[in-house]
Design a protein around this ligand. Structure first.
Ligand code: ADP
Ligand code: MG
Length: 383
């Protein structure tokens, strides 16, 4: 990975190529990995989430017009939109993530300024580490700086989530945007998606979080995510609750047999996963390796048997992670269906772990995976 200085040079050079001159404002927002939870977020449960050092940068300069012109270094693509039009760019759908944010901010009555910008992300796209929220939250921060107003991080997160729900059309929960805006350096966050509060959770000395990217792509806006969400909402409705968060485990167990079997499985996973989030927060701080291993194994088992979000590549990766030196525990990450997974690894053995996983996974699949440790980074802001 390039150093910050090299990254800055690459972006500034591209800005000069695309627009001439230098950018005036630099903003960034991080991706995230869920250590436990993820699908609990739209059920208003808890998630243990980590804002990561991989992030999205936007270098921008106001252009004294009502147009936003963007170049994405990741895609090698240019696109523009007008601040006075809601029309979608069907040729360059990635710009919806920025246009949607502008729409939400405009509806809040905030002054928006047209700008030229270059985007560069070290969050892998469409891999479950939330490059979409990183782009939205970085873009909201550019509008904020250039517009001369300020949002609270929570308000910014909510507007970015709404833009992904309404403009992009992905019915995501608050997890990604909350983490990208509210992240704190050096700790995980225990997020309560019902009351939108969080508390920092320290990761015990000697434990590292390692991303294991299966390099098997997933499509979030695809039907599976929406279907899981619909099953959960159906379950809550049949149990007479406004969300699964309002359903206690005893109440669920007593009435589980009344639910359609698929709905019952989805609900059971969410209720169990919510409890695992709270338990993992304690285990991670205490450095309780046996409990971390048990909870992560149970989470993956639920993802396979109950929530049915495990793609074949994830089974292969899971086996490679569990056989590697230094592993404490491992599970799926993000929405599932491929993409990234997450391992808890002894700090002293991270390199040996990564080498072993890479090699075993490549032997089994012929695919070059990417395995790298991440640490907790600060939320969206100016660079
Ligand atoms: P994830 O959030 O897990 O990475 P999503 O499917 O939610 O996956 O979002 C990925 C999409 O976000 C990309 O397909 C692209 O449209 C957009 N996107 C994210 N980062 C960038 C970027 N740096 N440049 C252009 N588009 C991006
Ligand atoms: Mg996303």
């Amino acid at each position: 990975m390039k150093s910050s200085t090299q990254r800055r040079e690459v972006i500034a050079k591209e800005f000069l190529n695309c627009f001439g001159g230098d950018p005036q404002c630099w903003c960034r927002a991080p991706g995230r990995v869920d250590l436990m939870g993820s699908h609990t977020d739209y059920n208003l449960g808890a998630v243990l989430t980590l804002p990561i050092g991989r992030d999205t940068w936007i270098a921008a300069r106001p252009n004294h017009s009502r147009t936003v012109n963007l170049h994405s270094l990741n895609l090698g693509a240019d696109a523009s939109f007008s601040l006075d039009s809601t029309e979608k760019n069907l040729d360059q759908p990635w710009i919806d993530y920025v246009h949607g944010v502008a729409e939400e901010l405009r509806e809040e009555g905030l002054r928006l300024v047209g700008f030229d910008g270059v985007i560069h992300s070290t969050v892998p796209l469409s891999s479950g580490l939330s490059s979409s929220a990183a782009l939205e939250c970085a873009a909201a921060t550019v509008f904020e700086v250039l517009g001369g107003w300020q949002l609270t991080p929570l308000k910014k997160a909510l507007l970015c989530q709404r833009s992904e729900n309404r403009y992009v059309g992905v019915n995501c929960g608050i997890l990604d945007q909350f983490t990208s805006c509210m992240g704190e350096e050096g700790c995980a966050l225990l997020l309560d998606c019902r009351d939108l509060t969080s508390r920092p959770v320290a990761i015990a000395e000697g434990i590292r979080i390692v991303i294991c990217d299966t390099k098997s792509k997933r499509e979030l806006a695809g039907s599976e995510y929406g279907e899981r969400r619909a099953d959960c909402e159906e379950g809550a409705r049949l149990l007479g609750a406004s969300s699964l968060r309002e359903v206690g485990f005893a109440q669920f167990s007593a009435r589980e047999h009344e639910l359609p079997p698929q709905v019952a499985k989805r609900c059971r996973f969410i209720l169990e996963e919510h409890a695992r989030v709270l338990a993992l927060a304690g285990a991670l701080s205490a450095g309780d390796r046996a409990l971390i291993r048990h909870l992560t194994a149970a989470s993956f088992d639920g993802a396979c048997q109950l929530y049915e979000i495990a793609a074949p590549a994830m089974h292969t990766m899971m086996a490679a992670m569990l056989e590697a030196p230094g592993v404490i525990g491992a599970r799926q990450a993000g929405a599932g269906f491929g993409g990234c997974m997450v391992a808890f690894v002894e700090a002293a053995q991270v390199e040996a772990f990564a080498a072993a996983v890479r090699s075993r996974y490549a032997t089994a699949t012929g695919i070059e995976s990417e395995i790298y440790p991440v640490t907790a980074a600060a939320g969206a802001g100016m660079i």
